[in-house]
Design a binder for this molecule. Structure first.
Ligand SMILES: [Zn+2]
Length: 276
């Protein structure tokens, strides 16, 4: 079976048994509306030999135009430098500048940033603190490859949750070490221990947004075995072909016997996929 089209971040779902299910979708090159041309249920492909061949073309995930280089996971330069969703304040929510009247797209800002956001602790490589829009629960945790996530607070806007995260991040990581995450190396520090400390770093008014008891989510990722180390990370700028059995999926990574591929970072790349 051979399919082709432009890559997008894999779609994920979270079953009642905590199992994570992945679907890879390919979009029509040049399509502005993310018109899906092929769908691949990925969990069923474990142990199968997969061939991924990039065409060398990249199509912006927003405007659909061809671009020589991909910025911030699949945008052309024009979109990357003008859209609100690729502004630095999305990465660093405490730097939200909406109230200064300088939001790149105030309508987008009103719709996406002024709604309920969750503050959470997650166990991916180590324990980390993070934030996400309420509608992105549990997708965000899965995209990071977390084995557990504890929602500890709900805030009315992205800036407010971002300020709480920023206060905690002085003493707790807000990053995932992806190599450790992919070999399933994790710490077993109980959430409770960190939660008390995190709480103490917040102001009384920030503490008012914390939940009396957190909401715990667990995630089990499809895999045959975890790699013992990550010796090779593919990307289509340097790898003209990937041809290897799939042994696992975690976060937005496909884990092949021959190395790993971050699908999210390859969004917009046109590829041909053959399952043997
Ligand atoms: Zn574009």
């Amino acid at each position: 079976m051979t399919i082709s089209g432009c890559l997008r971040k894999m779609r994920v779902s979270h079953g009642a048994d905590d199992a994570v299910d992945y679907t890879l979708e390919l979009c029509k090159p040049g399509s502005k509306t993310d018109e899906v041309t092929a769908t691949l249920p990925m969990n069923a492909l474990l142990s199968r030999e997969i061939r991924l061949r990039p065409s060398g073309k990249i199509f912006c995930v927003n405007c659909g135009k061809g671009t020589k280089k991909s910025f911030s996971d699949g945008y052309c330069w024009r979109c990357f430098s003008t859209l609100a969703e690729t502004d630095m304040c999305v990465m660093k929510p405490h730097t939200c500048h909406f109230d200064k009247g300088t939001c790149r797209d105030p309508d987008w800002g009103l719709k996406h940033c002024f709604q309920e956001h969750a503050l959470y602790l997650a166990r991916s490589s180590g324990l980390k603190v993070g934030i996400t829009r309420g509608t992105q629960v549990p997708t965000r945790f899965i995209d990071q490859g977390a084995s557990e996530a504890l929602i500890i607070g709900l805030f009315p806007s992205r800036k407010e949750v971002g300020e709480a995260e920023f206060a905690i991040s002085h003493e707790m990581s807000d990053k995932t070490n992806w190599k450790r995450m992919l070999v399933n190396e994790t710490c077993d520090t109980p959430f409770d221990q960190c939660l008390a400390h995190a709480r103490s770093l917040l102001t009384p008014s920030q503490q008012e947004h914390l939940l009396p008891s957190g909401r715990l989510l667990r995630f089990a990722y499809p895999h045959l075995s975890w790699p013992s180390k990550i010796s090779n990370s593919f990307n289509f700028d340097k790898s003209p072909l990937i041809h290897s059995p799939l042994i696992g999926i975690r976060g937005q990574y496909l884990i092949f016997e021959a190395g790993v591929l971050n699908i999210r970072s390859q969004s917009g790349y046109e590829v041909e996929i053959e399952v043997e």
